[in-house]
Design a protein around this ligand. Sequence first.
Ligand code: DAH
Length: 344
Amino acid sequence: MLLEKIREIKTAVEQLAASNEQELEDLRLKYLSRKGLVNDLMAEFRTVAADQKREVGIQLNELKNALQEKFNELKQSLASTETMDDDVDLTRTAYPIELGTRHPLSLVRREILDIFGRLGFSIAEGPEVEDDLHVYTKLNFAADHPARDMQDTFFVETNEDVIKNIILRSHTSSVQVRTMETSQLPIRVVCPGRVYRNEAISARAHCFFHQIEGLYIDKDVSFTDLKQVLLTFAREMFGNDTKIRLRPSYFPFTEPSAEMDISCNICGGEGCGFCKHTGWVEILGCGMVDPNVLEASGIDSSLYKGYAFGMGVERIANLKYRVSDLRLFSENDVRFLDEFQAAH
Ligand code: DAH
């Protein structure tokens, strides 16, 4: 009788099922709890005749194990379907994938370098921590030139011999010197990089910014070549209708020197607030390389001539994207950076 009961329940174990927590709990109560069937059978087991105890005991144990195993199995499969339900909502829209954006200064830098690359210029770079020799002396700056002053230059290490002073470069023209010292002629390079000046940070000035320098040295280089290359650059960068204007200026390392304006790309030269109603905006400095600069780096100025130019990347970015506060470029505010998503 007990043996039969045990066998009967045992054959039913395989069919047991639970589709939720409640049903599983009901099963546990019915079979495995203190008042459950297994315990009833245990009580009955005590009345079994001694000679049958062994056989019935084995069967009862097997049933108990089978029930416990089944219960664990059901519990586990319920748990795994439940986590699916909790964590995976198949009807939910996908998370938006956040794509990074290129920094506007990187976009502008790349565009400028691309344009000059197509005109045959290769890229040269130099150190940001420099010495006076490369930043000033070999570029024909007089010993008492104000640019060397504390007001402008960040000093890293001062020296009795001024040309050995270690400083942060205040312009990328230093890379001109490094290139002339180490390259074979002719030279045709553009030199992008970060520069540092001891300025109070405001919307219009910063203690670091970016420049791109250009240098071409060959046997027959004229001011006309310079003008043509800069006109091509201005049109590629700001559109085919762009006009340029060269105004006489002064830099120690070029003679003659000029500053270049482009027709205001906001009002098309009509005059607006941005160009202070002049129709023109300044974008770079340029000129013919001073023979002293060539000689200082061992280039024979009776055989070779050159032109050079230098522009601020922030300035060009400002014209292109109307960024009115320089500080935005280095604050890394994602709301600002996200605006350049479409500019790639
Ligand atoms: N180095 C100048 C500056 O930082 C810019 C410049 C002007 C570079 C004229 C040149 C140049 O190569 O020819 O303001």
